[in-house]
Design a protein around this ligand. Structure first.
Ligand SMILES: NC(=O)c1ccc[n+]([C@@H]2O[C@H](COP(=O)([O-])OP(=O)(O)OC[C@H]3O[C@@H](n4cnc5c(N)ncnc54)[C@H](O)[C@@H]3O)[C@@H](O)[C@H]2O)c1
Ligand SMILES: O=C(O)C[C@H](O)C(=O)O
Length: 355
């Protein structure tokens, strides 16, 4: 039986294998199952448990319902020298987004930059995974997607935009890539669900109710409360940019037309949009000069004096890479809500999950 004992861990390989077994049992091809498993498990190793393997159960239900297709592949629908439009054909968002990122990297190698916008996708998990794939290829990567509305605009009574994740990653010569991975809300909606499930209070500033007033009642979300945009009008504005690049420009569904991947009709495609940008550093600057300049920037930030109780300023991604090393050496210590979700995915698909 699953428990939340902190020192109980599962290895990266075991968790990937479980995800692959569940997905292939639902007719997903071995390669696509592996691609999805890698994205989900990598996200868990970063400690971003809301957007890792916890999502498997919901994706499996949509595969079973037919809203996610297991017999099609993403394809390039149109392209130019430095851009492409990818049609995800309602396959798993992780498969489509990995494919689209690879196209962006290929274009960037030829043209210096590669911009790929995506239609007919589904929820893609953590944006950071795709930005990091570009950084692994020595490029600066950006990834973003729209989603079903859950975030208020300043002054609204209800959700206007999705929590529209956006991430960038920048390679460094010696250390870990910089990796900022965030929603445009104060926190992702998954964190509200996780806190409610654990019976923990919702901090101030996370939610507004359906009168547009601040609330800390997590049980109201998502039906009668919305997430607050991070930084008010600024988060809202960045969310709008993402909606334009990922939704409007791709031809995908926009705001209220985007389907919920988690709730509702499991036989309906969600038609999420996404967008990926890869910038080939070497096309613009000698890589050694770029890496020296990045190293100097990081050193300068790390050398800043800190407030009392703060050992050192962090770069985005630092915590996640620390978690990753821990997961590699000791295994992943999954939280109870993730284990519960995986147990359900296991029993619903008849695949054993031993934790
Ligand atoms: N697929 C979707 O539709 C969807 C929607 C929303 C969010 N998400 C995902 O949810 C995840 C969590 O989003 P979130 O908004 O809750 O993120 P968050 O508020 O936890 O912010 C995380 C980011 O902030 C950085 N960070 C945290 N503290 C820092 C510090 N002191 N100094 C420097 N950097 C620091 C982290 O390294 C990380 O990059 C992300 O992976 C996101 O992509 C996905
Ligand atoms: O669940 C969603 O569709 C939204 C997103 O993943 C979030 O956590 O905000």
């Amino acid at each position: 039986m699953a428990s939340a004992v902190a020192d109980q861990t599962i290895s990266i390989g075991e968790l990937e294998d479980f995800c692959i077994r569940v997905l292939t049992s639902l007719g997903v091809g071995e390669d696509d199952a592996r691609t999805t498993a890698k994205a989900l498990v990598t996200t868990d190793t970063w400690g971003v448990y809301t957007h890792g393997t916890k999502l498997l159960r919901g994706y499996a239900r949509r595969l079973r319902g037919g809203g996610l297709r297991n017999n099609l592949s993403p394809k390039i629908a149109d392209e130019g020298a430095a851009w492409a439009l990818v049609d995800g054909q309602s396959t798993l968002g992780q498969v489509t987004s990995t494919f689209a990122t690879e196209v962006a990297i290929r274009k960037a190698r030829q043209a210096g930059v590669g911009f790929v916008t995506v239609t007919n996708s589904c929820h893609f998990g953590a944006a950071g995974y795709y930005a990091w794939l570009a950084a692994k290829a020595g490029m600066i990567g950006l990834a973003m997607a729209n989603d079903v509305p859950s975030v208020a605009a300043p002054g609204s009574r209800g959700p206007v935009l999705g929590s529209n994740p956006i991430a960038f990653s920048c390679p460094t010569a010696a250390g870990d890539p910089i990796l900022l991975d965030m929603s445009i809300a104060t926190v992702a909606g998954g964190k509200v669900f996780a806190r409610c499930k654990r019976g923990e209070p919702i901090p101030p500033g996370w939610l507004v109710d359906d009168a547009g007033q601040p609330t800390q009642d997590g049980t109201l979300y998502p039906d009668r409360a919305s997430l607050s945009p991070v930084g008010g009008h600024k988060g809202y504005g960045i969310g709008l940019l993402i909606e334009i690049l990922a939704g409007v420009l791709s031809g995908a569904a926009v705001t209220k037309q985007v389907g919920s991947w988690l709730f509702g009709d499991m036989s309906a495609p969600t038609n999420h949009g996404a967008a990926f940008l890869a910038i080939d550093v070497s096309a613009i600057m000698t890589p050694s000069t770029f890496y020296e300049r990045i190293a100097a920037l990081i050193s300068e930030i790390h050398a800043e004096p800190t407030a009392e109780g703060v050992a050192s300023l962090m770069l985005p991604g630092e915590m996640e890479w620390r978690n990753r090393r821990q997961a590699e050496s000791k295994g992943i210590a999954l939280p109870a809500d993730v284990i519960d979700s995986l147990q359900e995915a296991a029993s619903e698909s008849g695949q054993p999950f031993v934790f």
